[in-house]
Design a protein around this ligand. Structure first.
Ligand SMILES: C[S@@+](CC[C@H](N)C(=O)[O-])C[C@H]1O[C@@H](n2cnc3c(N)ncnc32)[C@H](O)[C@@H]1O
Length: 264
């Protein structure tokens, strides 16, 4: 299954009510969204039909998140639910919109993708789903910080290592999509400051010159789950319900076990 088929299926099984995309390029992943969306890319050149109500932002993700109210569109935007926004009891579209599904696919350098994750998490809930693309390079050349291949993942695969090491409260799932793998993160904690507090130390350790030492288990996709297995798991309706009903974070514990049961 390729990454776009996987993303389309996540929209279908998780049914997010909003969507954030970092890295739009020609719009093929954004074209899969049918819900109010925000999409960020300093150099997008959309060539495909877009079928959602979207705020298309021509900026880097860092500049976008530095704005005073980056998700304004999801609060006040021209979306099909606007008329309902004021009456929205769960505040999906209201004063403090929270991201439900995010796809991080912007600059393919570790520190950029890590910042993207940190910024997205600040605007998410534990029941949100955060996807990062290009997390399973197939060889060391593809993982180089200095791009010299057609397919390029850069060293963003290190974000999964850092999340597992510094944020064991998150559930990080590698997914065996073509061509270069996706990671799904569950259990976001918008209040966590661990990555922010240790950002300099993390960057100092993980940003190293090429060639990158990509671990064998990443190259061989040893921890990666089949996309069909993750998509076919029975936790998705419960995760969606927890999101819709704003269940407290304590509800993540049993759900985490259900996700781990299928992801190993
Ligand atoms: C791999 S492409 C995105 C592909 C798209 N998500 C898809 O699946 O069809 C990466 C995009 O990230 C954009 N990009 C590069 N640096 C960025 C940054 N700092 N913030 C946001 N986007 C960035 C590039 O302009 C490029 O269009």
């Amino acid at each position: 299954m390729n990454r776009h088929e996987f993303l389309r299926s996540v929209h279908r099984v998780y049914r997010p009510r909003n969507y954030l995309e970092i890295g739009v390029n020609d719009g093929r992943s954004l074209a899969l969204s049918r819900v109010p969306s925000v999409a960020v890319d300093p150099a997008f050149r959309v060539v495909t039909d877009i079928s959602c109500d979207v705020h298309l932002v021509r900026a880097t993700s860092d500049d976008f998140f530095a704005r005073k109210d980056p998700l304004l569109h999801l609060r006040n935007g021209r979306n099909p639910f606007r008329a309902l926004a004021r009456k929205d009891p769960l505040n999906v579209l209201g004063a403090d919109p929270k991201l439900e599904l995010s796809f991080i696919d912007g600059m393919h350098l570790f520190e950029f993708a890590l910042r993207d994750f940190m910024n997205v998490e600040r605007h998410s809930r534990w029941s949100s789903v955060i996807l990062l693309d290009d997390m399973l390079p197939r060889d060391v050349d593809e993982a180089a910080r200095d791009r010299h291949t057609r397919f390029w993942t850069g060293d963003v695969y290190k974000v999964a290592q850092v999340l597992r090491r510094y944020r064991p409260d998150l559930l990080v799932v590698e997914v065996d999509t073509e061509p270069t793998g996706v990671v799904a993160v569950f259990g976001a904690d918008p209040g966590s400051t661990v990555l922010k507090d240790r950002y300099d130390e993390i960057v100092e350790e993980y940003v190293v010159p090429d060639p990158q030492q990509v671990p064998d288990d990443v190259l061989a996709r040893k921890k990666a789950v089949r996309p069909e297995t993750l998509l076919g798991a029975d936790f998705w309706p419960a995760l969606g319900r927890a999101r819709n009903l704003r269940r407290p974070r304590s509800a993540f514990v049993p759900l985490r076990r259900s996700i781990e049961a299928v992801t190993g």
